[in-house]
Design a protein. Structure first.
Length: 236
């Protein structure tokens, strides 16, 4: 059951991101995982959190395996199995950060004031872990839960003030609020949130200008492998 709940959290996270666009899941994605981690030992809390990470990365980044196995294997001349193993290493590396998250969440569950623990420690730790994984040569920011709000005008306004990590902090904070609530309260609160979102999007979103301002998109039409061609003249 614990593994299943970890998988559900990972799927909820992935489905809230661009491509699937089930944004409302971003407010409850962490609830199943928290029900697991808060009832586990530090080591198992880390393991379940790592399973969650692997799941959401696998579902949201499935396209990366095809790129590594097919495109880059042709470009760099290695066997497709090497691309597959690289993808597995990517999942394993990313999961290490969330192993630390689950370990620390479980480790401190009885050592802090409950309000501070749920509404300060966990949201801050999750955001900090996501920031840490963005650092260094292997740094990566893909899959952040704040990506789920790329179409939400009200949340986009917040990005200007608190950035992606601030929005992520708020999303996790709401998750922790819902962790302590029944399903009726969750559905009722989500309903109110999305009514507000809808009204703001109608009332505040600026109209498209009609003063001859144009936005055009150009995309090249040639084999993607040629983008990595070392001969610049061929690209030109």
């Amino acid at each position: 059951m614990y593994i299943l709940l970890s998988l559900i959290s990972g799927v909820f996270h992935a489905l809230s991101l661009p491509g699937y666009n089930l944004e409302f899941l971003s407010f409850i994605f962490l609830v199943p995982l928290m029900k697991v981690v808060l009832n586990s030992s530090p080591i198992m809390g880390g393991v379940y959190s790592a399973i969650y990470s692997i799941t959401y990365m696998l579902v949201s980044h499935f396209w990366l395996m095809s790129t590594l196995v097919k495109n880059f294997s042709q470009l760099l001349g290695y066997k497709p199995i090497a691309g597959f193993l690289t993808f597995l290493l990517f999942l394993a590396y990313e999961s290490l950060f969330f192993f630390v998250f689950g370990f620390l969440v479980s480790l401190f569950k009885n050592k802090l004031n409950r309000v501070v623990y749920l509404y300060v420690f966990i949201p801050s730790l999750y955001t900090f872990i996501d920031y840490i994984r963005s650092l260094g040569d292997l740094g990566y920011t893909g899959g952040m839960i704040s990506d789920a709000f790329y179409k939400n005008f009200l949340i986009l306004l917040l990005f200007s003030f608190i950035g992606s990590y601030g929005v992520e902090l708020l999303a996790v904070l709401i998750n922790m609020y819902f962790y302590n609530k029944g399903i009726k309260t969750v559905l009722y609160t989500l309903g109110i949130i999305y009514v507000v979102f809808y009204l703001v999007n109608i009332a505040v979103v600026p109209p498209v200008p009609h003063d001859n301002v144009k936005l055009e998109l150009f995309q090249t039409n040639y084999d993607p492998l040629k983008r990595y061609e070392k001969n610049s003249k061929l690209l030109e």
